[in-house]
Design a protein around this ligand. Structure first.
Ligand code: GSH
Length: 186
């Protein structure tokens, strides 16, 4: 959603409800994406593009948005984008543990392991100039989304104390209208 805003393509898409869970997949979503996961972008020809990183790359390509650098500079951006996506995956898995799994089946060491992934990744981002300086790029978009999701689902993590530079960066960009328009809500 943030990439749609930032590349000026919001009016080119129709937003459809599509959320589901592994136990209760959304029928329309699994028709387009057998994994049953959103986001999923369906073209006019019915062909689906899924996984947020692939969708963002397509949207940038379509709008010539310049969010992905050319040449060797591309790979650090893709790697940090993957790191941010991994944060979201780990947070989602912890959220599924308390949202979907019956209490007697929950396994705290596994939740702690997912949370540790998030903490290690945030510690790396705290030292990552690619995020803290320079123009908007796909990595920054992914990290902004990841931090919003951490705040949404792991609100007691307290990451701002251990990552003050990242916290200051996030506070500043959170004032941008596209960020305000895409805050995760339950
Ligand atoms: N790496 C994927 C993750 C997508 C993902 O896990 N989406 C969740 C959003 S809640 C989902 O649809 N889960 C449903 C399921 O796992 O069945 C992406 O960025 O697109």
């Amino acid at each position: 959603m943030l990439t749609l805003h930032l590349t000026g393509q919001l009016d080119d898409v129709e937003l459809l409800p599509g959320s589901g869970t592994p136990m209760a997949p959304n029928e329309d979503t699994i028709t387009a994406n057998p994994l049953g996961k959103i986001p999923c972008l369906i073209g006019d020809d019915g062909a689906a593009i899924f996984d947020s990183r692939v969708i963002c790359r397509y949207l940038d390509h379509r709008a010539k948005g310049g969010l992905y650098p050319q040449g060797d500079a591309l790979f650090p951006v893709l790697t940090v984008e993957a790191l941010a996506d991994g944060i979201i995956d780990a947070v989602l898995l912890t959220a599924y543990e308390w949202r979907l799994r019956p209490e007697e089946l929950r396994f705290q060491p596994w939740v702690d392991g997912q949370t540790a992934k998030v903490e290690r990744a945030l510690a790396v981002l705290e030292q990552t100039d690619l995020i803290l300086t320079g123009e908007v790029n796909a990595a920054k978009i992914a990290v902004a989304c990841a931090l919003g999701y951490v705040d949404f689902r792991l609100s007691d993590l307290g990451w701002r104390d251990s990552c003050p530079k990242l916290a200051a960066w996030y506070a500043e960009i959170s004032e941008m209208p596209p960020m305000k328009a895409t805050v995760p809500v339950g």
